[in-house]
Ligand binder design. Structure first.
Ligand code: ADP
Length: 572
C-alpha cells in the first residue's frame, strides 16, 4: 500500500489538465449505473404487475420508461468511456513526454550503463501500466465502488435480510482476490523484467544486423531471443494461469451465492415477504453487483502490474545527471572567443578506481589547433566528455575564455562546442534534416552553403531526391566518407567557436580520408580546434601536441602532456 501511495504521489501531478475528463468519466458512469438500477426495478415491476397478473395494459408505461432509461444509459456510458479514454491518452502522452525529457537530461554515462531495449520498455509498456492505475484504473475503481453501493443499496431496499445473507459472501470475494493479487504482483514483476530483456536482445540484434550476418551468427541471435522469449513465456504463463484460475474460482462462489438466494428467496416468498418480481430484481441486482466486486479484484491485479512497471519508471526518474548547473551559473552574454585551458585536470570514472587522466594541462586559443594523441584507451575521448561536461574533473579546472566551465550553464557551454565524432551520427530523416540538425531554423540556403563548403553538395545532387532523399537508418545508405562530409556540413552550419574532431578519419581509406581533408580544413578555419587522433599521419609537423597515456606502471596510467619545445600552437 505504501507503494501505491508512492505511485500516486509521483504520478498524480501529471494528471493536471485531464482531471476534469476523469471526473466526467466517473460522473457519467455513475449516471449509467443509476439508469441500470432503475431499469432492473422496472423489470421487477413488470414481472409482478404485468406477467404475474397477465395485465398487458400495465406494460406500456414501464416499458417506455425502461427503453428511455436504457437509451440514456447507453449515451452516458458512451460519453463516459470516451472522456476516460481521452483523459487516459493525454495523461499517457504527458507522462511519456516528461519521462523522456528527464531521460534526456541524464548524462551519457547513464546510457552507457544500461541496455537500450530495457529503457525502451520502460518508456512504453511500463508507462502504460502506470496510466492504467493512476488514470483509467482510478476511474474504474471509483465507478466500480459507486456501482457496488447502488446495486447493494437496491438489493438491500428490496429485502434487507436476504441482502445481508448474500453480502456475507463479499469478504470471501475480497479475500480470494487479495490472495491472487499478491501472487500476480510477483509474476508481473518477472514479466516486466523479462520484457525489457527481450526488447534489449531485439534492439541489439537488429541494430547490428550487418555484423550478425557477416559473422553468420543468426542462429546465436535467434537463440538469445528464444532464451529471453522462453523466460517471458514462463512469466506470462504464470500471469495467465492466475488470471484464468481467478474467473472459475469466482464463478463457483457466485453459484453458491445464487443458490443461497433462491433457497432463501423461496422461503421469503412463501412467508409473503417478497414477490417473484422482487426476487428476480434482487437476483438481477446481484448479477450486477458480483461482477462489480469481481472488478475490484481485477483492479487489484492492475495495481500489481502497475506497481511492477512504476518501480522501473521511478528508478529512471530518481536518476540524477552526473553534472548539474550551479545555482551561481551565469548565462553567457555573448558567443565565446574559444580560449580553452585545461589546468591540472585529474579524472577517474565514477565506477573505476584508477584515474583515466592525471594532471593534464594545456591551452589552446582562438583559431589555434592542438592535437591530442596517444594509444587506444589513453583517455582521448574522455577529454571530450570533460570538455562537454558529461563529467566533471576529479581535480583541476577546465576554463572557457578564462571561466571555469562549472560556472557556466551547461547548455550555453555546449552551444559553443561542436564535436565531430568517430562514428558520425545521422538520424533517419532526409539529407537536409541531417545537415540542419546543426542549427534549428536553418534555411535551405544555409544548408546548401554548408554542403558546398563540406564538398558534399555535388554528391547530394546525384541522389534521387537531392536534399530530400531519406538517408536510411543511421545513414546506412551512404558510404563512410559521404556520412562524414554530411556531418562536416552539419558542423559548419552549427558554427560554434570550439571544435573537437574525435578521430575524424577512423574507418576511412586513404583516398576517402584525403577527400575530407579540405572540408575539414574549412571547418577548422578560424575556430579553436582540438584534434583527437592516433593517426600520426594527420598530425602536422608543427602542431602543438599532447600525448596522453603511456606505459602502465603498477597498474596506474601515466598521463603526459607536453608542448613541443619552442613550438607555439599553430594557427589554422
Ligand atoms: P581513447 O579515446 O583514448 O581510446 P577513452 O577516453 O575512450 O580512450 O577511454 C579511456 C579509459 O577510460 C579506458 O580505459 C576506458 O575503458 C575507460 N572508460 C571510458 N568510458 C568509460 C565509462 N563510461 N566508464 C568507465 N570507464 C570508462
Amino acid at each position: 500500500m505504501v507503494l501505491i501511495r508512492e505511485i500516486f504521489r509521483r504520478f498524480w501531478p501529471y494528471t493536471r489538465g485531464v482531471r476534469a475528463l476523469f471526473m466526467a468519466g466517473v460522473a457519467l458512469a455513475i449516471v449509467a449505473a443509476v439508469c441500470e438500477v432503475g431499469a432492473i426495478w422496472l423489470f421487477g415491476l413488470i414481472t409482478d404487475e404485468v406477467l404475474s397478473r397477465r395485465d398487458l395494459g400495465a406494460f406500456w408505461i414501464p416499458a417506455l420508461i425502461w427503453l428511455g432509461l436504457s437509451v440514456v444509459a447507453g449515451l452516458v456510458s458512451f460519453a463516459g468511456a470516451y472522456a476516460t479514454a481521452l483523459g487516459a491518452q493525454r495523461f499517457l502522452l504527458r507522462l511519456r513526454d516528461e519521462v523522456f525529457s528527464h531521460v534526456q537530461t541524464l548524462t551519457p554515462d547513464f546510457f552507457d550503463n544500461r541496455r537500450l531495449g530495457d529503457l525502451m520498455a520502460r518508456l512504453t509498456d511500463d508507462i502504460e501500466a502506470i496510466e492504467e492505475l493512476v488514470g483509467s484504473g482510478l476511474v474504474r475503481l471509483l465507478t466500480t465502488i459507486a456501482s457496488v453501493i447502488f446495486f447493494a443499496g437496491a438489493a438491500f431496499y428490496i429485502r434487507w435480510d436476504l441482502a445481508l445473507v448474500t453480502f456475507a459472501m463479499i469478504p470471501v470475494f475480497l479475500f480470494v482476490s487479495k490472495g491472487f493479487a499478491s501472487k500476480f504482483r510477483g509474476a508481473a514483476a518477472r514479466e516486466r523484467l523479462s520484457n525489457g530483456a527481450m526488447n534489449s536482445v531485439i534492439e541489439e540484434s537488429l541494430a547490428n544486423q550487418s555484423l550478425v550476418q557477416a559473422y553468420n551468427r543468426q542462429e546465436t541471435e535467434a537463440g538469445r531471443l528464444h532464451a529471453e522469449g522462453s523466460i517471458w513465456l514462463r512469466a506470462n504463463m504464470a500471469q495467465a494461469w492466475l488470471s484464468a484460475l481467478y474467473g472459475p474460482v469466482v464463478q463457483v462462489i457466485e453459484t453458491i451465492c445464487l443458490l443461497v438466494i433462491i433457497g432463501f428467496g423461496a422461503w421469503e416468498i412463501a412467508a409473503g415477504r417478497l414477490t417473484i418480481g422482487g426476487l428476480l430484481a434482487f437476483a438481477a441486482y446481484l448479477a450486477y453487483l458480483y461482477p462489480a466486486v469481481q472488478n475490484l479484484g481485477q483492479i487489484a491485479l492492475t495495481v500489481s502490474e502497475a506497481a511492477a512497471g512504476s518501480d522501473r519508471v521511478i528508478e529512471i526518474l530518481r536518476a540524477r545527471p552526473a553534472v548539474t548547473d550551479r545555482d551561481t551559473a551565469a548565462p553567457m552574454t555573448s558567443r565565446s572567443r574559444g580560449q580553452i585551458d585545461f589546468v591540472g585536470v585529474d579524472f577517474t570514472y565514477p565506477n573505476r578506481t584508477s584515474p583515466t587522466l592525471r594532471n593534464l594541462s594545456f591551452s589552446v586559443g582562438p583559431g589555434e589547433l592542438v592535437v591530442c594523441t596517444g594509444p587506444s584507451g589513453a583517455g582521448k575521448s574522455t577529454l571530450t566528455k570533460l570538455l562537454l561536461r558529461f563529467y566533471d574533473p576529479t581535480a583541476g579546472q577546465i576554463l572557457l575564455d578564462g571561466v571555469d566551465i562549472r560556472d557556466l550553464p551547461h547548455r550555453a557551454l555546449r552551444d559553443n562546442i561542436t564535436v565531430l565524432q568517430q562514428e558520425n551520427l545521422l538520424f533517419s530523416g532526409t539529407v537536409r534534416d541531417n545537415i540542419a540538425y546543426g542549427r534549428p531554423g536553418a534555411t535551405m540556403d544555409d544548408v546548401v552553403r554548408a554542403a558546398v563548403m563540406a564538398d558534399v553538395h555535388a554528391f547530394i545532387g546525384t541522389l534521387p531526391q537531392g536534399y530530400d532523399t531519406p538517408i536510411g537508418q543511421r545513414g546506412r545508405l551512404m558510404s563512410g566518407g559521404q556520412r562524414q562530409r554530411i556531418a562536416i556540413a552539419r558542423a559548419i552550419l552549427r558554427d560554434a567557436p570550439v571544435l573537437v574532431l574525435d578521430e575524424p578519419m577512423t574507418g576511412l581509406d586513404s583516398s576517402t580520408a584525403a577527400r575530407i581533408m579540405e572540408p575539414l580544413r574549412r571547418l577548422m578555419s578560424g575556430r579553436t580546434t582540438i584534434l583527437i587522433t592516433h593517426d600520426l599521419r594527420l598530425i602536422p609537423e608543427t602542431a602543438h601536441t599532447i600525448v596522453l597515456g603511456a606505459p602502465r606502471r603498477h597498474g596506474r596510467m601515466r598521463v603526459r602532456a607536453f608542448r613541443r619545445r619552442g613550438v607555439t600552437p599553430r594557427p589554422v
